[in-house]
Design a protein around this ligand. Structure first.
Ligand code: AMP
Ligand code: MG
Length: 315
């Protein structure tokens, strides 16, 4: 398959509307989209990524009004979260409309919905004739793609097009909150932090590892994620790791002696923005071990810790 590279949202949407699979930029990470009206295209997402069929896709919409097309009920808590955080890096799990194919939701009767804030994503979604099912645009298991080059590296020849945009501003996948249960449950941490969510829905609970892993809550979270080829070793602030040959490091600290590559981040935002592209750069340069400083669990630190723990296989 020939993969078209384009900067035109109209061209990308035309390919999508014709049943193609199209990667597109968002503020979180790049998405790999198929129209929910084209089941063959949805199948192609799973094939292109090597994604297990029981890992559901998030459905992307251009406007809040489009919610009525894809869910049957908006709970009061969901309404409050939508009012405060849509459009933005938040996915809500709600009861699905029969129009959403079960292939998208991996057989679940719920669906994850997101309305991105990214201008190019919104233009693309506005031109799409149906809502767009889209997981992250990377090979299954690898770090999410946060720039179009990473998408192209993983998926060239396997998808119809890449809508080229700038690097994703956040660099980490969306926060996911399950609103289909009586008490909203944080399934995945992201740029909308637990503290921000609690301001709107004080009784939100954080899914335990067991809840995250057990179907039907969030089947996808049981799979290995975000892992580069290099071995990940985590360390806490103030502990200087004993580095090995061919190693790299990322965190707030100065470079530990002996590392070949180091990314020093000034803020949590910068850490989140850089993490996956740094993992990919390390793999491209044949780095064997990456030392990663664990931030505290506050604010965006929770999402970064989650991705680091998964990348290190501690989940
Ligand atoms: P990705 O877009 O690659 O980050 O993957 C989307 C993730 O969203 C999946 O792996 C699931 O963990 C989660 N997800 C999507 N739909 C649902 C749903 N209906 N219920 C629970 N979790 C979901
Ligand atoms: Mg993913």
């Amino acid at each position: 398959m020939q993969t078209t590279l384009t900067t035109s949202a109209a061209e990308a949407a035309a390919i999508l509307n014709a049943g193609g699979v199209v990667a597109f930029p968002t503020e979180t990470v790049y998405g790999l989209g198929a129209s929910i009206c084209h089941t063959e295209a949805i199948k192609q997402i799973f094939r292109a990524k090597g994604r297990p069929g029981d890992n559901p896709l998030i459905v992307h919409i251009a406007t809040v009004e489009q919610l009525a097309d894809v869910v049957t009920e908006i709970t009061p808590d969901a309404a409050r979260l939508i009012e405060r955080f849509f459009p933005g890096p938040l996915t809500l799990v709600l009861r699905k409309h029969p129009r959403v194919p079960e292939m998208v939701t991996a057989g679940l009767q719920t669906v994850g919905i997101r309305c991105p804030s990214h201008a190019v994503a919104r233009e693309f979604l506005r031109l799409a004739k149906c809502a767009v099912a889209a997981p992250s645009a990377n090979l299954s298991g690898l770090p999410s793609a946060t720039n179009w080059e990473a998408v192209y590296h993983d998926l060239n020849g396997k998808i119809d097009a890449v809508l080229r945009g700038t690097p994703s501003a956040i660099g980490l996948e969306s926060t996911i909150v399950d609103c289909s249960c009586p008490t909203p449950l944080l399934l995945r941490a992201g740029a909308i932090t637990l503290e921000q969510l609690q301001e709107v829905v004080p009784n939100i609970t954080v899914a335990t590892k067991a809840e995250q892993a057990s179907a039907p809550k969030s089947p996808g979270l049981k799979y290995p994620h975000y892992a580069p080829k290099a071995t990940i070793i985590l360390y806490h602030a103030g502990e200087i790791p004993a580095t090995t040959a061919s190693s790299a490091s990322i965190g707030f600290a100065e470079a530990p002696t002996g590392v070949t590559l180091h990314k020093q981040c000034a803020t949590l935002d910068e850490y989140g923005h850089e993490l996956f592209s740094f993992f990919r750069r390390c793999d491209a340069e044949g780095i064997a071990t990456i030392f990663c400083e664990l931030p505290s669990n506050e604010g965006l630190g929770r999402a970064i810790r989650d991705r680091l723990m998964r990348a290190a296989g501690h989940d």
